[in-house]
Design a protein around this ligand. Structure first.
Ligand code: SF4
Length: 448
């Protein structure tokens, strides 16, 4: 996004006030801060509108694979380092199948792809894409394999050198808007024609960045807009070097490299462990899509967690909804515990409560995503707030004994909470560490 001063240069500078702002400068500053839209000024010229749209587009183009709610969007990034703002679109993770595999192998790999889904901090983590590679040159086989993959995956990558084979695959799954992989020096024009005909994104591959940029220019001249770059990195150091170079140059508005990238960590050729290390490196260093040679739990789970950590907004804590959560089918004799709505705290505490197998209630207070102690220090985990939420949820009617357990770190609020609750409530100070909750609950239940 251009600065306020850069935007001001494009405005009429008459300070007429029709946009609701006293001056054009104030209006420009509001646009730069993302608080107003250019459309609010009725006097801005078409040329200025077009110039602003172009200069405010992200330096790395957004590219979408697939359609509908499950589509995978990559790119659209604006910074080199996550802490400067945030990263917007997590890289799509793909697993590779080839049409040379027999049906049982293909089915097993697609089944593994579908089965490796993990619930964590309220999110479902999984790979999204299946890459289907033609190695036999058999058009019917390629189309049938692509169709099979498209039934299970949010998006498909079609990999073939021959335009004829690629078109067979596209005919089968074009409605899924697959990524075409790839246009190279010898087939660029034919692949561009297919991308335009089927309205699909196109990956481009070349031996080095200069050749890649030249090829991109050739494709954009033909009208291809949605492009994904393959730098053909053969080693971990090459992944680091190429990915960083592409991101830096794109942020400097080198248009021919302003696209998301695709990485194949198996090209590092060092076996499963090195492939997974290379995949993690690619995720950390700007890859738009990472294609894995196989999906195994010990590899995909750490990769999904790594991606989750890097692609969460550092300026916005992850939060769980405020409310009362039943755990292990609680009854009226079950204990009530309180915690904050910082997602990590909630999932650790609820996980320990579940593991204890003791039926219990968990009251989650909205602390704006702060952990218990930080929330207390900020005045967001106070006795009156906990008491207010308890009344709002009507927990008193669900319990036979009026007892509430607060985290050990906020023992200091026990007196205030007891006072706020009144009416015979007992406030018990629980453990400081979540790991001690199961023992604490068993002691409370008298079963230790
Ligand atoms: S409506 Fe346009 S010209 Fe008038 S003050 Fe606002 S920005 Fe300036």
């Amino acid at each position: 996004m251009p600065s306020g001063i850069e935007i001001l240069k494009l405005l009429p500078k008459t300070n007429c006030g029709d946009c609701g702002q006293p001056t054009c400068l104030a209006f420009a500053m509001n646009i730069a801060a993302g608080k107003m839209e250019l459309a609010a000024c009725p006097h801005v010229s078409e040329e200025a509108r077009a110039a602003l749209a172009e200069s405010s587009a992200p330096p790395i183009r957004e590219v979408t694979i697939g359609t509908g709610p499950d589509k995978v969007t990559v790119g659209g990034e604006t910074v080199l380092f996550r802490h400067e703002k945030t990263f917007f679109h997590k890289p799509g993770l793909a697993v590779l199948i080839t049409d040379a595999m027999n049906d049982a192998e293909i089915d097993a790999r697609i089944a593994a792809f579908a089965a490796h889904r993990f619930d964590r901090v309220g999110l479902v983590l999984s790979a999204e894409l299946v890459a289907v590679q033609s190695t036999t040159g058999d058009t019917e086989r390629f189309a049938a394999t692509a169709k099979k993959a498209a039934e299970k995956a949010a998006g498909v990558i079609l990999m073939a050198d021959s335009p004829g084979v690629m078109e067979a695959g596209l005919s089968a799954v074009a409605a899924k808007r697959p990524l075409i992989y790839a246009a190279g020096r010898n087939n660029a024009d034919d692949m561009a024609d297919l991308a335009l005909k089927y309205q699909c994104p196109l990956a481009v591959t070349a031996e080095d960045l200069a050749a890649l940029a030249a090829l991109v220019q050739r494709l954009t001249a033909k009208g291809v807009k949605d492009i994904v770059l393959d730098c053909r990195s053969p080693s971990m150091s090459a992944i680091l070097l190429n990915q960083t170079a592409v991101r830096r140059l794109a942020l400097k508005r080198e248009k021919s490299l302003g696209y998301p990238t695709i990485c194949f960590p198996a090209r590092t050729a060092g076996g499963f462990l090195e492939e997974m290390l290379a995949a993690n490196l690619a995720v950390a260093k700007y890859a738009g899509i990472v294609v894995l040679s196989d999906i195994r739990g010990e590899g995909i789970f750490p990769l999904l967690i790594s991606r989750l950590n890097i692609y969460t907004d550092p300026q916005r804590p992850m939060m769980t909804a405020q409310g009362l959560y039943p755990i292990n089918n609680p009854k009226e004799s079950s204990p009530l515990l309180v915690t904050s709505n910082f997602s990590l705290t909630y999932f650790i505490v609820s996980g320990e409560m579940e593991a204890s197998r003791i039926p219990s209630w968990l009251l989650v207070l909205d602390t704006e995503g702060l952990s218990v102690l930080t929330a207390w220090a900020a005045g967001k985990f106070a006795g009156d707030l906990v008491a207010g939420l308890m009344k709002k949820t009507g927990i008193a009617e669900k319990l036979a004994e009026k007892r509430v357990v607060i985290p050990g770190y906020v023992a200091v609020i026990s007196g205030e909470l007891e006072e706020e609750l009144g009416d015979g409530w007992e406030v018990i100070v629980g453990p400081r560490e979540a790991a001690h909750i199961p023992r604490f609950l068993r002691d409370m239940a008298g079963t230790a």
